[in-house]
Design a protein around this ligand. Structure first.
Ligand code: CAA
Length: 257
C-alpha cells in the first residue's frame, strides 16, 4: 500500500496503520484521514488480517485536525467538502481496531482515538479537546462519543475548559483500557491484538457489533440484537470446532468461517 501520510504494515494477523507526520505531531489533514480510511478498508478485505492497530509515529498520537488546512474555510466550503463522511466510515469497520496512544491525543486526534475499540496509552499521554481555544468545538464526534463514554458532567468540563486530561484520569473514566510504560507501548498493544486475533473472528466481529448497539439501543432492543447474533454464530464452523475441541479437551483451531 502506497500512502503519503501514513505507513501500513502487517505482522501475522495484525494490520498496522501508523500516522506519519511526526514534525506536525501527526496533525490530521484531509488526505491523511482519507488514507487512514483506505488502509482500514484494505485490511477489512484482507482475509489474513483479524485485528487492526492504529498508532502515531514520533512524540504524539495526533495533535488534532490540521489547523493550517482549515483556518480559512467557510461554512459552504465545509458543507460541500463533506469531510466527516470519511470519519463516519471508521465506525463502519467490522474488525477490531486497537489504538496505541502516546504524547498528545488532542482534538481530532482524541476523536480518532475514541473511534477505536480499545485504547492502550503510554504513561504521560495527555488527552485534550482544545477546539474551544480556537473559537470552535469538536466536529468529528467528540461531543457525542466522549459524553456516551464519561457522561455529560465530565464531557462538558473537559470540552469547555480544554484542560489536559492525564492518562490516569482517562483510565479512571473508562476512556482507555490500560496504561503502560512508553518503551513497551507497541509490544503490549501487539500482545493484546494477538490475543484477540487468536479468538474466533466471527464471534469477535459480532461481539463488536452487539456491544456497539448497547450504546444506542434500549436494553430490550439490544437484547434482541444480541440474541440474533448469538444464533447466527451457531451456523459457523468455528462454533462446531470450539465446542468439539472443548469436549475433546484440545485447543480449537478457528478459521473465521
Ligand atoms: N494543525 C496543524 N499544525 C499543527 C497542529 C495542528 N493541529 N498541531 C501542531 N502543529 C504543528 C505546529 O504548527 C508546528 O509546526 P511548525 O514547526 O511548522 O511551526 C509543529 O506542529 C510543532 O508544534 P508546536 O511548535 O506548537 O509544538 P509544541 O511542542 O510547542 O506544542 C502542541 C505542541 C501543544 C500539541 C501544540 O502544537 C498545539 O496546541 N497544537 C494544536 C492542538 C489543537 O488545537 N488541536 C485541535 C485542532 S482542531 C480539531 O481537531 C477539530 C476537530 O474536531 C476535527
Amino acid at each position: 500500500m502506497d500512502f503519503e501520510f501514513i505507513i501500513t504494515s502487517k505482522q501475522e494477523a495484525i494490520g498496522i496503520v501508523e500516522l506519519n507526520r511526526p514534525k506536525q505531531y501527526n496533525a490530521l489533514n484531509r488526505k491523511m484521514v482519507r488514507e487512514i480510511v483506505e488502509a482500514f478498508e484494505q485490511f477489512e478485505r484482507d482475509e489474513e488480517v483479524r485485528v487492526i492497530v492504529l498508532q502515531g509515529r514520533g512524540n504524539a498520537f495526533s495533535a488534532g485536525a490540521d489547523i493550517d488546512e482549515m483556518a480559512f474555510d467557510d461554512t459552504i466550503k465545509l458543507e460541500l467538502l463533506n469531510q466527516f463522511a470519511d470519519w463516519d466510515k471508521i465506525a463502519l469497520m467490522k474488525k477490531p481496531i486497537i489504538g496505541a496512544v502516546q504524547g498528545y491525543v488532542f482534538g481530532g486526534g482524541f476523536e480518532l482515538a475514541l473511534s477505536c475499540d480499545m485504547l492502550i496509552a503510554a504513561e504521560g499521554t495527555e488527552f485534550c479537546f482544545p477546539e474551544v481555544n480556537l473559537g470552535v468545538m469538536p466536529g468529528a464526534g467528540g461531543t457525542q462519543r466522549l459524553t456516551k463514554l464519561v457522561g455529560r458532567t465530565k464531557a462538558l468540563e473537559w470540552i469547555w475548559t480544554a484542560n489536559r486530561i492525564t492518562a490516569n484520569a482517562a483510565l479512571q473514566h473508562g476512556v482507555i483500557n490500560q496504561i503502560v510504560q512508553k518503551e513497551i507501548l507497541i509490544e503490549e498493544t501487539m500482545k493484546i491484538a494477538t490475543q484477540i486475533s487468536n479468538q474466533p473472528p466471527l464471534a469477535i466481529r459480532l461481539i463488536k457489533e452487539s456491544v456497539n448497539k448497547a450504546v444506542d439501543y434500549s436494553l430490550y432492543e439490544g437484547m434482541q440484537f444480541e440474541r440474533k447474533n448469538f444464533y447466527v454464530l451457531f451456523s459457523s464452523e468455528d462454533q462446531k470446532e470450539g465446542m468439539q475441541a472443548f469436549v475433546e479437551k484440545r485447543k480449537p483451531q478457528f478459521k473465521g468461517r
